[in-house]
Design a protein around this ligand. Sequence first.
Ligand code: FAD
Length: 326
Amino acid sequence: MNEKKIVLIGAGVSGLLCGRRLAEAGHSVLILDKGRDIGGRLSTRRTDGAVFHHGASSLPDFYSHKELPEFGLEIFKRAEKEKIIQRKGNLFEPINSVADFVNYCGTNLNIRKSCEAISLNLYNKTIVVKCRGGVHEKTPYDLLVLSIPPNQAKTLINKQIYKFDSLIGKVQMRSSAAALFSFDINPEPVKEKHFSNEKVHVQVENNRFKCEQQLFCLTVHTKEPFAKKVVKNDKNTIKELLLKEIIDAVPFSLPKPTYEAGHRWLYGFTERSLGKSFLFYNEENVGICGDWCLGGTILDAASSGIKLAEHILTRYNLFRLNYLSL
Ligand SMILES: Cc1cc2nc3c(=O)[nH]c(=O)nc-3n(C[C@H](O)[C@H](O)[C@H](O)COP(=O)(O)OP(=O)(O)OC[C@H]3O[C@@H](n4cnc5c(N)ncnc54)[C@H](O)[C@@H]3O)c2cc1C
């Protein structure tokens, strides 16, 4: 089989591990992501002594995940061995930062950041991407992988795949917003770690991992249906709205925050999954993966991406190397 030009859209966990499985079998893969950083819903902002993990910050126990292929298990086991992640009860947490874990997943991959796929022509096998500075590039491919949320895939596919819209119609994603605040108060008297009201969950995050040298840190995550109400606002309004909810939810008074950051996702969590590991369209040469295919966790994203890669390798007889670098 001749070398195929594989273009993969989306550098979240599913895209990174799909790309890595293909790359470690000896194939060149170009990954494009619209974000300034890779990781998708594992995102981190680091400023002035606080690290805000906007999205996921822990992995479920990968040793007992039923769907995870051997390649994924090996990747995560090695991350544990190399002290990138560590066990915390039933979960695994990155030791230094979520960004380290994301970069580890994307080791040796050819990734272009700040490049958004904006239109797709399945007939001509070209994708138009808008990269930094607004430059539009027409990128040809032999094989395309979309590892993006279902509604974003639907927009790109734009009815070019028969019944795709009705197939993913059953998938339900839920919006989410979150914020991190730190306060210049002594955390000692606060013994509880969780607070909530009908709109939000609040968590005390006094640890080096999330708060570094800040005195008292709180993260707040929206519950439904409040998430739906706030998600269309800009980040500053979200911060203000969530700070009000924190003040309402905690049983002590808070000064003005010394640090604040907010974030939102239109498609944050999977409410109802597709129930298939991935989608693959032979005639169109398109594969689609993401957490939403199987469930809603990092491990579901990893399983979907790796299984799609293995399907591609088998389908095109692309197994040239086994994953030797593991
Ligand atoms: C607040 C929050 C907390 C969570 N906590 C946990 C947790 O503790 N543990 C856990 O296991 N899971 C958690 N999750 C779920 C977990 O984050 C996801 O399951 C997982 O990260 C999904 O990975 P993915 O690769 O499928 O999708 P994504 O991470 O969404 O990746 C999709 C990527 O595609 C890119 N993209 C989209 N459209 C385009 C386009 N047109 N062109 C170019 N790029 C594009 C995006 O920028 C993104 O990087 C959490 C999620 C949220 C929102």
